[in-house]
Design a protein around this ligand. Structure first.
Ligand code: FES
Length: 81
């Protein structure tokens, strides 16, 4: 059963400003680390935080202005090994 939850904003602002790439980074990271079964990964629509996007949430922690290099660090900190 998945114990970790990742939610990524797929609203047009977040998506065009970085979550299009972040989406692929997360999918690849889960695949490379064989975490697909342990992590529930889903998208959501705009949550009115566009000016601070791209927005990614992991286990209820909301990360704003997430770029690719920051995302790697966040994934390493938040996800089970
Ligand atoms: S598009 Fe992501 S918060 Fe608005």
């Amino acid at each position: 059963m998945a114990t970790t939850q990742i939610k990524i904003c797929l609203g047009s602002s977040c998506f065009s400003r970085g979550n299009n790439a972040n989406l692929e980074v997360i999918k690849q990271y889960l695949q490379d680390n064989k975490l697909e079964a342990a992590v529930a990964f889903s998208g959501h629509l705009c949550e009115e935080k566009c000016s601070r996007g791209p927005v990614v949430s992991i286990n209820g922690h909301v990360y704003e202005e997430v770029n690719k290099s920051r995302l790697y660090k966040i994934l390493q900190e938040e996800l089970p090994c």
